[in-house]
Ligand binder design. Sequence first.
Ligand code: GLN
Length: 560
Amino acid sequence: MSAFNFNGVTMNSDSQRGERSNNGLRFVFVVGGVLSGLGKGVVTASIAGLIQAYGYEVTAIKIDPYVNIDAGTMRPTEHGEVFVTEDGGEIDQDLGTYERFLDVNLPKKNNITTGQVYLAVIQRERALEYGGKDVQIIPDVMNEVKRRILEASQGYDVAVVEVGGTTGDIENLVFLHAIRSLSLEYPSVTVMVTYAPFLKNVGELKTKPTQHAVAKLRETGIFPDFVVVRSELGLDEPRIEKIARSCFIPRENIIDDPDLDSIYRLPLLFERQNFVSKILQKLELEKKKDDMGPWRDFVEKIDRAKKPVRIAIVGKYVAYGNAEHKDVYISVIEAVKHAAYNLELKPEIKQVSSLDIEKKGAESLLKDFDGVIVPGGFGESGVEGKIGAIRYCRENNIPFLGLCFGMQLAVVEFARNVCGLEGAHTTEVDPNTPHPVVDIIPEQKELIAKRMYGATMRLGAWPAVLKKDTLVHKLYGRKEVSERHRHRYEVNPKYVGLLEKHGLVFSGTSPDGVLMEFLELPDHKFFVATQAHPEFKSRPLRPHPLFFGFVKASAGMRLF
Ligand code: GLN
């Protein structure tokens, strides 16, 4: 028996009969061709953002074809940033892009991976829930994908679903079948994102990879309604005609998507091509309103931002081979941009390798920056470089913002160089330190001993209470805050008194007062750190107060 009921929707193995559901839900599917890294996430977020601005309840879902259950166990060099949701998901960074464009908090179930899908199917099989039938990729695995998409879509008018990977990859085939099946049951639109390379030696933009990608997608039974063509400089009329003709897609449904200096311009570029209005038309929905005004104002601020503010992000994941890593600290970078643009400043952000700082010294690498961020991190590599950067900021009155590991290392630096605790460290890096000023949270110790690494850190949103009249309190403008976390280590409560005696102010703690969540130095231009990851909650139209204060201080502006 493979039919089952899910929230009133009957799912069964032969659910490809083309029956239309009438519960009002509609889908936009976004798939990719030619190559990865085209910015499908930004395309998805822009489509969802515009549908929302036109008056509909929208959610966005990311499918990741890898076998991992989540991104939490993946090396950032492998997969970019691990984004953390309010409900503690360690997930794909695209969800961060969706949250920033939609200004909503998305739950972790909006990130579906091959690992989750197979785990659920196998657990169901072990519980005899398939009643002795042989369990197959089509329909059983496919139905589990559909079930998950539907579960995440419940209650929305439109769900925009991005299928990760490239059409033709072995991994995403079952997901393509799932969306094809859903598109027979629900009003749906499929958008394919491709790439048109410019060949310098012939001086021509080539459309052939796009033609092949569309043909490849059709092999799975999916006929894209729109093709968004990424390119360096944009499409010209003959190229648009050619793609339309060879892919049998109306000319007006070929969307031009050249490289932009800011991803936040993309919704406006789509608007100029009436892209999302055409999607709504196909879904038989009307444009009920137009709430894009604040977004347009924000983009105008980007246009006006001329005065530079130079920010260094000191981390170890800076380069991968010959390329600079753009994704590892993506939410931190975006949070700086949100603050800077809203102040009409031009952010010049550079990732500085903490390993290089170890070799060349903090001053030589950081002297040309207005402010320094030490973001989250794990492990030993580059740690002394990060500590050196923090010391340089503290001693030279340079605005500093420490995030998670950045806060822990600020405590290490202060303990060593102000409190005189020689060899002070976090036990993550030096388990035998004489002064374990940062130590593992007791429950975490047990989990590690059992090798239970996946999804076991202190994760998701946790409340904190701020100390009255501290800088952090004034920046937030309220006493109780909630921020997202992802860590196993904490400031050791045994050292708090000593650190405070030497002038470090813990400006916020967990409500029970046990965990130190924020710190600051009163006699400094801006020296603030937090155990949390505030970068995950910064939005273009609502920059995060800590980043806002940090960028202001870096630009030499008055804080209040
Ligand atoms: N490695 C540190 C910990 O586990 C910090 C983690 C982080 O920066 N996200 O506590």
